[in-house]
Design a protein around this ligand. Structure first.
Ligand code: NAP
Length: 276
């Protein structure tokens, strides 16, 4: 088993994930794994970085596929005995003018952004080593969407005692409510992406609390963040930030020094803790 520290980035073949891998290759003292759901796209991205003189490794990971997540988990356990840095970056968003029925958009978006990210966490968080860092790439849209929720939902999502099971029930309820077109009446904002990212931010707050309860002495720091509005296939060419600039906050959180005692359980943008 290798004692080399290891960092893993999901959705690393393009966009912000690719820029995060690139920055970690330069600044993380250890092995960096670019993961992608499609091995062809993933290997092509690795080759691009190799041409720059960087040395990322590749592992397949489709966060929608539990077997794929478990294969990565087993590999990390066997080869490294765990993981030091995990960046949950993979995500999807339907385009604004997409005509796919809203209920389908809700199901598909939540499946990847919330349930897929949660499954990665369920399988990989137990492997995170002492002084490890976990970065869940959420979005400032989670904050604006929270403000558009009913007072009752806002209270639940801001609660310091909400459990992961309760959060999963709420995310499932959103998808169900869109199917009967009752989601607005039930207090939800009219954005599947926004609700999925509320899920990611609240999940991060819950997971950080669990780390405090169960692994207090391990000095693990886990946060949600927003990369900003970034020029990628997801956000389009008009966004103000380059992918490198978008990677700055996630990379800052991934490389917090060993003696840092925070941020932890926070929502961070532009390297600044925001009020949830
Ligand atoms: P992007 O260019 O569309 O890249 C998304 C990445 O996620 C791709 O590598 C994609 O792989 C991967 N992915 C999607 N579904 C996956 C799955 N099931 N399993 C594994 N990988 C999967 O988007 P981006 O702008 O870089 O976004 C990265 C993250 O930042 C997302 O979580 C997004 O919500 C968040 N974010 C972006 C912005 C922005 O302005 N761009 C703002 C706030 C938050 P494929 O190439 O195979 O599709």
């Amino acid at each position: 088993m290798s004692s080399t520290p290891v960092a893993v980035v999901t959705g690393g073949n393009k966009g912000i994930g690719f820029a995060i891998v690139q920055a970690l290759c330069k600044h993380f003292q250890g092995d960096v794994f670019l993961t992608a759901r499609d091995p062809g796209r993933g290997q092509a991205a690795v080759r691009k970085l190799q041409e720059e003189g960087l040395h990322p490794f590749f592992h397949q990971l489709d966060i929608d596929d539990l077997q794929s997540i478990q294969a990565l988990r087993d590999f990390l356990k066997e080869k490294y005995g765990g993981v030091n840095v995990l960046v949950n970056n993979a995500g999807i968003a339907f385009k604004v003018h997409d005509t796919t029925p809203f209920s389908v958009q809700a199901e598909v978006t939540l499946k990847t952004n919330f349930f897929g990210t949660r499954n990665v966490c369920t399988e990989l968080l137990p492997l995170v080593k002492p002084y490890g860092k976990v970065v869940n790439v959420s979005s400032s849209v989670s904050l604006s969407s929270l403000a558009s929720c009913s007072k009752e939902l806002q209270q639940k999502f801001r609660s310091d005692t909400i459990t992961e099971e309760e959060l999963v029930k709420l995310m499932t309820k959103f998808v169900e409510d869109t199917k009967t077109n009752t989601h607005v009446k039930e207090g939800w904002p009219n954005t599947a992406y926004g609700v999925s990212k509320i899920g990611v931010t609240v999940l991060s707050r819950i997971q950080a609390r669990m780390i405090n309860e169960k692994r207090k002495g391990d000095h693990i720091l886990l946060n949600a963040c927003c990369p900003g509005w970034v020029r990628t296939d997801m956000a389009g060419p008009k966004a103000p930030k380059s992918p490198d600039e978008g990677a700055e906050t996630p990379v800052y959180l991934a490389l917090l020094p060993a003696d840092a005692d925070g941020p932890h359980g926070q929502f961070v943008s532009d390297k600044t803790v925001r009020t949830w």
